[in-house]
Structures are given as structure tokens and as C-alpha cells.
Write a protein that binds this ligand. Structure first.
Ligand SMILES: Cc1cc2nc3c(=O)[nH]c(=O)nc-3n(C[C@H](O)[C@H](O)[C@H](O)COP(=O)(O)OP(=O)(O)OC[C@H]3O[C@@H](n4cnc5c(N)ncnc54)[C@H](O)[C@@H]3O)c2cc1C
Ligand SMILES: *[C@@H]1O[C@H](CO)[C@@H](O)[C@H](O)[C@H]1NC(C)=O
Ligand SMILES: *[C@@H]1O[C@H](CO)[C@@H](O)[C@H](O)[C@H]1NC(C)=O
Ligand SMILES: *[C@@H]1O[C@H](CO)[C@@H](O)[C@H](O)[C@H]1NC(C)=O
Ligand SMILES: *[C@@H]1O[C@H](CO)[C@@H](O)[C@H](O)[C@H]1NC(C)=O
Ligand SMILES: *[C@@H]1O[C@H](CO)[C@@H](O)[C@H](O)[C@H]1NC(C)=O
Length: 656
């Protein structure tokens, strides 16, 4: 029966017939209602109400009512465990691609849009107004798109916008920002986008994609470095509008974790700055990144989340008390330590776009505390020799265990375009004033002076809390989006390297060799503090629990770079990183800020959790519905037409 129903869909699709209702008329907004039921129950785990957008759900009753409409092939919208569910795909085949037999015909997309309440957007590249082969061609609009392109919030406001286009495939950028004579295609961008404003729409999209074997992607802010939120021929679920923030009070109690204290319930589309502001007004801090535009409850927490506060309170993923999630089977569930404990484990650190689509999270908050920052720099030149400079670097690095153990976050860089220089930008002291930070820094400055390095530009600044410290430290413009001229690799260096002078020297030598070759490295001296009141068993890369230094190395290319040039630069990056891997055997890398070409990425990004996570992936997503490059289980699939060292999202997704 189920099989027959599915074949009926295929033939309907290829004949491009309209969906009909009982009296034979076509389905329209007038005679078919959006597929949504208002469900008023507490979210089981958090013990608090759903957000209004979460009460609007797809239910079995709704599917039954669709049957009453006598729409053909209602099964394509149904849950995997429904009585009349379509046959489970045990044999995986390539995801159905636009233009292929089986790709839904326009009337079916039209019906989907009606059931979604009009939330379906057809994929059109953001820069299409710049290209005469697109119906959207419009010189004035092109100029507007071009001028806004790189501003921090523009890409995240666009249905197809992403921060980094290189691994999407650089398919369509404004002409002045891309190669001479570039063309504009949809490329690695999705065919359709569901601009989700309620849970029912997410469920419908998940069921539709699973039942019709379509590629499904999830985009929140589109900030991913590896284009994990893009994909050719995909249906995209856009979670950006899940921006609700609710304060749960200062004595919120969550039984399973034993937590009692301040907490927020946040939608997965909440942007860091909004949450910082909401917390600040209440005299609170939350563990978030150092930028304003990142999606706290999307890819950031899913990947672990490092923060200026992490050396005090642990990582962002450690702050989660419960989550609401649409599973690959289409069901909407609450998860925490008691309910779906295995999923709760995976959703915190096991990577985005893998386990389900998160709609909201309950996270803990902390009392607002003052922040003090210190910036300084020194470099080769004048009285400072190359030898003295690298001895100075040794002196700085030697302080990392102490600094992290004091709850600090130190963001620094070494640049070697010509003579090398070091910049601390900044050292960030939590619950400190400049006097306290000065006391901690003076010994280092004395050691540097003894090496002949006079630091003359040290600046201490006091702030009342995180927002003012971010505002005083990083400009909003620095969160520029829409670029494609670089790729980054990273490494989490373990504390054990500081406990053995030979290892520490080898680590510094590796960093030195690579920065002298590549020009620049960035580093975060932090630790993932234990959070004694919570059980931190989660999927955060175990390498994070050992680290004192998350360091990044990048390669860049010019605006005329060919795919071959990009592949060559990426290959060189993998090669340069080998000395970092050799200096930190068995450690890993932060999956949210890592190289898509990382060798043995399963070990590097997930460590000893990988085998277990892979099992969970089969348990919750036997269809391989949720796929993203380097996500758990992604090795079972490939994208057609990929070039070595330059994998893009511009191809068909097929099983290996
Ligand atoms: C300017 C900038 C600053 C950054 N600063 C920091 C920092 O300080 N600390 C840090 O740790 N990282 C930082 N990052 C890295 C950041 O954590 C990752 O880019 C992360 O992937 C962003 O998540 P997103 O939801 O904003 O982006 P997206 O690209 O939309 O999503 C990333 C991944 O998560 C998936 N995903 C998103 N939402 C959901 C959801 N609701 N359910 C399931 N899967 C979902 C997507 O499918 C994708 O696979 C920064 C990145 C940028 C661009
Ligand atoms: C539903 O449609 C089929 C043909 O598409 C028709 O045979 C059947 O009578 C219809 N059922 C109802 C309840 O209208
Ligand atoms: C299903 O349809 C019936 C009859 O039209 C209606 O009364 C009921 O409210 C509908 N149920 C839902 C969940 O929409
Ligand atoms: C761009 O196109 C023009 C006109 O076809 C051609 O003359 C020029 O050589 C092209 N430039 C590049 C870099 O391909
Ligand atoms: C460093 O500064 C001290 C005091 O400010 C000064 O006496 C000394 O000469 C300086 N050394 C160098 C190498 O500039
Ligand atoms: C922490 O989690 C582990 C694994 O789920 C469990 O075995 C242990 O009992 C938990 N500890 C506490 C204090 O809840």
C-alpha cells in the first residue's frame, strides 16, 4: 500500500497535475487551510510553556483532516511512524535533484506552500539582480545589494544568504566582489526555503523532504565556515525567525540537572546581541561568543561554543538545561537528561544539522560581573631582535595555564608579514578591575623587559559587563559577511604540553614555523571550566576539556582565484597544519572553526565520542535526512563533482 502511494506521487509529479480536493477543484488558500494545530501543553522537560510559535504544531489530527480534503498523496506530509507511513528507505539512493523524475512538480510545491501558510520561498540567489540571465535583473537593485552585501546583518537577513561563500561554490556574488566575468547560478544554494515562524512548518518540511527523498538543510544565521547551511537542490529550513527570549526568573528549577538559579528560554534563532541585551537589563550574563550576530541556539551551541566567559563557567553547550527539537521522523519532542538523554547528549556539542532541528533551549544565566581588558603588543625591530621576540613569545605562552585558571580569556595574534609582531587583543579578565588585571600582568611585563622588550602600549579598560566590553573591543563592522577569500584550520593544544618543557618548545616551534610561512595565526587562551552544579556529560569534543589554547591558521586567495588555486591553497593548509597535529597528538580541533579538509575529522572534531555518536545518528536518522559536511555520519555520503581539497555544496548528494 505505502509503496503504491509513493509511486502515485512520482507519476503525479512527472505529469505536473494539480492537487485536487473532493469536488475536483484545485487546492487554493481559500479551500485548504495551513496544516497547523494549536497545542497547549507544557514542554515536558523544562516544565514551562512552549513559546507561542511552538504551540503551533503538525499533529496526526491535521494529517487526518488533510485526508478529509481528499488531497492525493497526503502521505508525503505524514510522520515516519504514522499508520500509513511511506516505506522506510533502508537502501539509500541519491537525494532527488531538481529536474529529475521524482522531483516534486510545481503544483506540489504550491500545495506545500498552502499547508505552510505561505512560508515557502523559491530559491533565488541574493545577487540575481546583478545578472541579466535572471528575471530579477535590475541595475539599481544590484547596486543596493552590492553596497549591503558585506554588512554584518545583511546575509543573515536573506533567505539564501551565508557568511562564507567559498565552500558553497561562489555561485553568485555581486560582480565587483567576485571573479571577472563570473556568472550567476543557484549553484550550491537551496531550491526552496521554508521561512519558519512555527514548529508545524518545520515538521512539514522535515516530513516532506524525508518522504520525497529530498536534500534537507537548516540555516540559522548562515555563519558556518564550511557552508554547512547550504546545499544544491535542497529544501532549506530557515530558523532565523525563532527569536523569542523569555526570562524564567532567578530561581528557575530544573529537576533532572539539579539546577536552581537564573535561566532563559530562547528561540534557536536568537542572535547573540539580543540575548546579551536582555540579560544585561536584568543584571545577568550568559555564556555566548565574542560577536553580536552569531546564532546562540543554532550552530554555536550545537558545536560547543567558546566564549569570553568559558574559563569561568564552561562552554556554551554546558549551559543548556533542556531543548525542544523536531526529530528527523517529524515528531516534536522535549529533551533533557531524563527525556531522550542520548539525544540531549548529542545535541550539545555533537554538531549542527545532524540530530534534529532545535526550536528553543533553556540555558542558565549568571550574575553580571565587571570585566577588565588589557591590550598590548610588541614586535621585532628597533632593539628587539628576532631571538628576543621569540623568547618573549615563550614568556607569554608560559602564562597560559595561570591566565585560564584565573578565569580569563586571551585573544591574541602573531603576524609575520615582514618582521613578526605579537598583539594581545585583548586579555579579558572576568570579575576583575584593571588593578587586578594589572597585578596578574605585571610579572609578564617584567619578564619581557628583562628580555629587552619594553611594552609601551599597554591599555587597561574597565567595563561594567560583557556588552560594554564587546562594544569597546570589537567593532560591529568586523563581523563582515558574504566573503570567500579565505579558509581556516584550527587546533586545540592540550594543557599537558605546558607540563613538559620539551612539548611546549615543540608546540611553539610548530606555531612559529607556520606563522613565518603563512603570515598570521590567531589564538584563544581559554579553558572549559568545570561547572560543578551541572552534569556536563555532553558531546563537546573531549579535546576542549584538555585545552588551554585554541589556535587558528588560515590561507587566503585573490578575487581572481580559480577553483584550482583554492584547492592548492587548501592543500597547503592541510600540509602546514601537520606540525600542529604532530605537536598535539590525540588532541583535536573545534568543529565550528575548523578546516573542511581536516584529515581524520571524526577523531579531530568528536574524539572518543565518535563511535557512540555514529550509532545515535543511525538510531534517530536512519534516512540520512540531515546531512552537512563533517557532520556525524556524513562520511556515508558524497557530493558529486567535487574537487580534491575544494569540496563545495554544488552537486548531488549521494550515498557512498
Ligand atoms: C563573525 C563570527 C564570529 C564567531 N564567533 C564565535 C565565537 O566567539 N565562539 C564560537 O564558538 N564560535 C564562533 N563562531 C563560529 C560559529 O560558532 C559557527 O559559525 C556556527 O556554525 C554558527 O552557527 P549559526 O547558527 O549562526 O550558523 P548556521 O550557518 O546557520 O548554522 C551552522 C550549522 O548549524 C546548523 N543549525 C543551525 N541552526 C540549527 C538548528 N536550530 N537546529 C539544528 N541545526 C542547526 C546548520 O544547519 C549548520 O550545519 C563565529 C562565526 C562567525 C562568522
Ligand atoms: C476522492 O477522490 C477520488 C478520486 O480522486 C474519488 O474517487 C473519491 O470518491 C473521493 N472521495 C471523496 C470522499 O470525495
Ligand atoms: C479537522 O476538521 C474538522 C472538521 O472540519 C474540524 O472541526 C477540526 O477542528 C479539524 N481539526 C484540526 C486539528 O484542525
Ligand atoms: C571577460 O570577458 C571579456 C569579453 O568577453 C573578455 O574580453 C575578457 O578577456 C574576459 N576576462 C577574463 C579575465 O576572462
Ligand atoms: C625600557 O624602559 C625602561 C623604563 O621605562 C628604560 O629605562 C629602558 O631604557 C627601556 N629599554 C629599552 C630597551 O628601550
Ligand atoms: C551524570 O551523567 C552520567 C551519564 O549520563 C550518569 O551516569 C551520572 O549518574 C550523572 N551524574 C549526576 C550527578 O547526575
Amino acid at each position: 500500500m505505502a509503496r503504491l502511494a509513493f509511486i502515485a506521487v512520482l507519476s503525479l509529479a512527472s505529469l505536473a497535475l494539480a492537487q485536487t480536493i473532493q469536488d475536483g477543484t484545485e487546492a487554493t488558500e481559500e479551500n485548504v487551510a495551513p496544516a497547523v494545530e494549536e497545542v497547549q501543553v507544557d514542554a515536558a522537560s523544562s516544565g514551562i510553556d512552549y513559546f507561542p510559535f511552538e504551540s503551533s504544531q503538525l499533529t496526526g489530527d491535521i494529517i487526518t483532516n488533510l485526508t478529509n480534503y481528499n488531497l492525493s498523496n497526503v502521505e508525503v506530509f505524514d510522520f515516519s511512524d504514522a499508520d500509513n507511513a511511506l516505506e522506510r528507505r533502508t537502501t539509500r539512493v541519491c537525494k532527488t535533484y531538481p529536474g529529475e523524475k521524482g522531483w516534486p512538480a510545481r503544483p506540489i510545491w504550491f500545495l506545500l506552500n498552502i499547508l505552510l501558510g505561505g512560508a515557502l520561498i523559491e530559491g533565488v540567489p541574493t545577487a540575481a539582480p546583478c545578472y541579466s540571465n535572471w528575471p530579477q535583473y535590475d541595475e539599481a537593485k544590484c547596486a543596493a545589494v552590492t553596497s549591503e552585501w558585506g554588512t554584518p546583518s545583511y546575509q543573515l537577513s536573506q533567505p539564501l544568504g551565508i557568511q562564507y561563500y567559498v565552500f558553497e561554490g561562489v555561485s553568485c556574488l555581486p560582480p565587483s566582489l567576485t571573479r571577472t566575468n563570473a556568472t550567476c547560478t543557484l549553484g550550491g544554494m537551496p531550491s526552496y526555503v521554508v521561512k519558519a515562524t512555527n514548529v508545524a512548518q518545520v515538521q512539514l518540511a522535515v516530513n516532506f523532504a524525508r518522504n520525497l527523498n529530498l536534500r534537507l538543510i537548516v540555516k540559522n544565521k548562515g555563519h558556518d565556515f564550511k557552508a554547512k547551511s547550504s546545499g544544491a537542490g535542497a529544501l532549506s529550513v530557515w530558523t532565523n525567525a525563532f527569536s523569542s527570549i523569555q526570562y524564567l526568573g532567578s530561581t528557575y528549577t530544573h529537576g533532572p540537572s539539579g539546577y536552581k538559579g537564573p535561566a532563559f528560554k530562547i528561540g534557536s534563532g536568537v542572535q547573540a546581541l539580543s540575548l546579551y541585551q536582555a540579560a544585561d537589563k536584568l543584571g545577568l550574563h550568559i555564556v555566548g561568543g565574542n560577536t553580536r550576530t552569531v546564532g546562540i541556539g543554532g550552530g554555536y551551541i550545537a558545536g560547543g561554543g567558546h566564549s569570553p566567559l568559558m574559563s569561568m563557567y564552561g562552554m556554551a553547550a554546558d549551559q543548556v538545561l533542556s531543548m525542544e527539537v523536531v526529530l528527523p521522523n517529524g515528531r516534536f519532542v522535549s529533551v533533557d537528561e531524563k527525556t531522550y538523554p542520548d539525544l540531549f547528549f548529542a545535541l550539545r556539542g555533537g554538531g549542527g544539522s545532524t540530530w534534529g532541528i532545535v526550536t528553543s533551549l533553556v540555558i542558565r544565566a549568571y550574575p553580571k560581573k565587571p570585566v577588565s581588558t588589557l591590550t598590548y603588543s610588541f614586535g621585532i625591530g628597533g632593539d628587539i631582535s628576532k631571538e628576543a621576540f621569540w623568547k618573549g613569545i615563550d614568556a607569554v605562552f608560559a602564562k597560559f595555564p595561570e591566565y585560564a585558571d584565573k578565569g580569563m580569556y586571551s585573544y591574541w595574534s602573531i603576524a609575520c608579514f615582514g618582521d613578526c609582531s605579537f598583539a594581545m587583543t585583548p586579555q579579558w579578565g572576568n570579575d576583575m578591575d584593571s588593578a587586578a588585571l594589572g597585578t596578574l600582568s605585571t610579572p609578564l611585563f617584567n619578564e619581557l623587559a628583562a628580555l629587552g622588550i619594553n611594552v609601551t602600549d599597554a591599555v587597561y579598560t574597565n567595563y561594567d559587563g560583557v556588552i560594554s566590553a564587546i562594544d569597546g573591543t570589537w567593532s560591529a563592522e568586523s563581523e563582515q559577511g558574504g566573503v570567500w577569500n579565505f579558509n581556516t584550520a584550527s587546533r586545540l593544544f592540550p594543557r599537558s604540553n605546558w607540563e613538559d618543557p620539551t612539548k611546549l618548545a615543540a608546540q611553539t616551534a610548530a606555531l612559529r614555523t607556520s606563522v613565518e610561512a603563512a603570515g598570521m595565526i590567531l589564538g584563544y587562551n581559554v579553558k572549559a571550566a568545570d561547572n560543578p552544579s551541572l552534569n556536563q556529560t555532553n558531546a563537546v569534543n573531549p579535546a576542549w576539556r584538555q585545552t588551554l589554547l585554541h589556535a587558528l591558521l588560515g590561507v587566503t586567495w585573490s578575487q581572481e582565484a580559480t577553483p584550482g588555486d583554492i584547492a592548492a591553497a587548501n592543500k597547503n593548509l592541510v600540509k602546514m597544519m601537520q606540525s600542529w597535529r604532530d605537536a598535539s597528538p590525540g588532541a583535536g580541533a573545534y568543529l565550528n572553526e575548523a578546516d573542511i579538509n581536516e584529515p581524520d575529522w571524526q577523531q579531530a572534531f568528536y574524539g572518543s565520542n565518535y563511535a557512540y555518536l555514529y550509532q545515535l545518528k543511525q538510531k534517530y536518522d536512519p534516512w540520512g535526512l540531515m546531512w552537512a559536511p563533517t557532520a556525524v555520519g556524513s562520511e556515508d555520503w558524497y557530493i558529486t563533482g567535487q574537487v580534491d581539497y575544494y569540496p563545495t555544496q554544488n552537486g548531488k548528494l549521494c550515498p557512498k
